[in-house]
Ligand binder design. Sequence first.
Ligand SMILES: Cc1cc2nc3c(=O)[nH]c(=O)nc-3n(C[C@H](O)[C@H](O)[C@H](O)COP(=O)(O)O)c2cc1C
Length: 404
Amino acid sequence: MSSASKLRGKKILLGVTGCIAAYKACNLVRDLIKAGAEVRVILTPSALSFVTPLTLSTLSKNKVIVDVLPKSQGGDYEASPWHIEYGIWADIMLVAPASINTVAKITHGFADNALTTLVTALRSPLLVCPAADLDMYQYSVTQENLNTLRKRGVYVLEAETGELASGLSGIGRFPENGKIIDAVYTILRGNKLDLEGKKVLVTAGPTYEDIDPVRYLGNRSSGKMGFEIAKAAYLRGASVTLISGPSNQTAYPEIKRINVRSAAQMKNAVESEIADNEVLIMSAAVADFTPKAASTQKIKKGGTAPVIELDFTEDILSSLSKTGKFVVGFALETENEVENASKKLERKRLDLIVLNSLNEAGAGFENDTNAITILDKSGEKIRHNLSSKSEIAHIILDRIAVLD
Ligand SMILES: Cc1cc2nc3c(=O)[nH]c(=O)nc-3n(C[C@H](O)[C@H](O)[C@H](O)COP(=O)(O)O)c2cc1C
C-alpha cells in the first residue's frame, strides 16, 4: 500500500472552524483526496472569514455545507435532514482546525451551527485537531474541555509547539497534514490510544563506521521502518524515544530524537535510555564490523590500494540489562531466513523477532513497503504479506499493545 492509497475508499467529513490555520484545511483536503479518501466539508460561519466555500468545494469536488437550515426560497422548502445522512455516511469526522470555541461547544453538546449539529448526529469516530494562540490553547477551561473529549473517546491530536501566527511562540500550531492523515489511518484501524502510558524506545536507520574523515562503511537502511514504528507508537499514545543513525526521515516533534552515527554511539545511547523505557524495538541496521582505526587524515590515492582491517562492533543487546523490558529485534537474512532468525531470537533472549524478507520485491531496505514474519519465544511464526511500512509498524505494535 503506497501513501496514495492509505485512505482508499474512506469517507471523511472535514469540519473547518474560524481559526487562522483554516487556510491549511485547503491543502488538507487535497492531501486526504490524494490518499484516496472522499471528502465532504462543513464550515462554521466564522470560518467564512478565513476560507471560501468555493475553494473548498472545488478542491473536495463536493458541495460545502455552511447553513444548518435550508434558506427560504419564496416560501418553498426542500426538507433535507442532511446532517443525519452525513452522520451515517462518514467513516470518520475531522474537525481541523478546531477553534477553542468549537471545542467548547462540542464538549457541551451544542448543535447551533452545521458543524456542531453534525457532531451530535455522528455515528463514526471523531478526530479533533485544536489550533489556537498559546494562551487560548492553555486556558484551563480549554484544557478541561479537551480532557473531557478524550475521556469520551474523541481522539484529540495535540497541537504542536512553535512559532504562531500572532508572532508569539508556544503550543497551538496546527500539525502537518502527514501527521493528521497518519492519525486518521490509526483511528480507522481501530487503535486510538491503546499504547497510552507505555514508554517505547525505538532504534532506526543505518550506522556509519568511519574509515577516514571523508569515507565510511554504511548500509542500505533508510530508517523508514523505524520511523514508522516510532510515529505509529506516538499516535497510539506511547511516549517515544527514537535513536536514529544517519537518515533523512522525519519524525514528529513530540518524539524525543537522539541522532547517532556509529554502532558504538548507538550502543551508548541505547544503554543510557533503556532504563526509562519498558519496550525496546531495535529496528536499526547496526554495523557488524568497524575499521580497527579510522585514519585522522584522508587516505591518499596512489601507490598500493589500502587494506582496511576490521573489528567486530560490540553487540548492543548482549550487554544490555533487559530485566523487565519487552525487547523486539529485527533480522535480515539472505539464506535459511526463518531458522537463522529463530536462533537469533534465542541467542539474544528477545521477546519477538521481526524477520525482514530480502527475497521479495518491494520488501526490505529503502522501500515504502515491507513483508515480514514475526517469531516469538513460544515458537509461533506469523507471516505478514507485503504492506506499507506504516501498516507493518502497526502490526508489530499490535503485539505490544496486548501486554499488561
Ligand atoms: C484573525 C483571527 C484569527 C483567529 N484564530 C483563531 C485560532 O487560531 N483559534 C481559535 O480558537 N480561535 C481563533 N480566532 C477566534 C475565533 O475566530 C472565534 O473564537 C470564533 O468565535 C470561532 O468560531 P467558530 O468556532 O464557530 O468557528 C481568531 C480570530 C481572529 C480575528
